[in-house]
Design a protein around this ligand. Structure first.
Ligand code: SAH
Length: 206
């Protein structure tokens, strides 16, 4: 598929499993019908409720940084369209995804079900608290930007686990970070790139 060659491989994403899955997931099914013709373009698209589906290259980069393994259980904060969850679905054992805008959660859940991404579980709710019932996770991907890394998410990451998260103020560029928790529980932070995500809303204190 041209999207994968020109936007993703050309910019240095190399993980063969990620490239394969991104060739297979029908992105046009995750955007509003009137946007279907633009689904494979090199930018984010509106999905309603003031939210967006991320640019394909960003989805690929974040997925590669997560180093998804077949047996992994992954938590996503910000289901949005469900596209990122569908990409992860083909790479790991289980995906748990939380979306704060209820109608978006319901729509993503329906599309994922229809397309038989059966290992994805969507919940409407506030991702700041993570999903304690299914924790700990091998990997956590956050697709909305909080000002600080939520402590509950750090707590729900397994030793050896990876978190990919954009962090920073609402009206500025944020910093995409890869946080790795070592086998002994220490946190290693890597700054990856400046990015622009919708803000993480909800209750930072909760
Ligand atoms: N991963 C999505 C991109 C979604 S944009 C996709 O593939 O389409 C980010 C999403 O995060 C938005 O839908 C927004 O409503 C949601 N969001 C913002 N704050 C949140 C929070 N506290 N908990 C859960 N979801 C949140």
């Amino acid at each position: 598929m041209r999207m994968v060659e020109r936007q993703i491989e050309a910019r240095g994403v190399r993980d063969a499993r990620v490239l394969e899955v991104m060739r297979a997931v029908p992105r046009h099914r995750f955007v509003p019908p009137e946007r279907a013709a633009q689904a494979y373009r090199d930018h984010p698209l509106p999905i309603g409720h003031g939210q967006t589906i991320s640019q394909p290259y960003i989805v690929a980069t974040m997925t590669e940084l997560l180093q998804p393994k077949r047996d992994d259980r992954v938590l996503e904060i910000g289901t949005g369209s469900g596209y990122q969850a569908a990409v992860l679905s083909g790479l790991v054992a289980e995906v748990y995804s939380i979306e704060i805008v209820e109608p978006l959660a319901r729509r993503a859940e329906a599309v994922l079900k229809e397309l038989r991404y059966d290992n994805v579980t969507v919940r409407a709710g506030d991702g700041y608290a993570g999903w304690p019932e299914h924790a700990p996770f091998d990997a956590i991907i956050v697709t909305a930007a909080p000002e600080r890394v939520p402590q509950a998410l750090l707590d729900q990451l397994k030793p050896g686990g990876r978190m990919v998260i954009p962090v920073g103020p609402v009206h500025a560029l944020q910093e995409l970070r890869l946080i790795e928790k070592t086998a002994t529980g220490e946190l290693r932070n890597r700054r990856i790139a400046p990015v622009r995500f919708v803000p993480m809303t909800g209750d930072e204190g909760g």
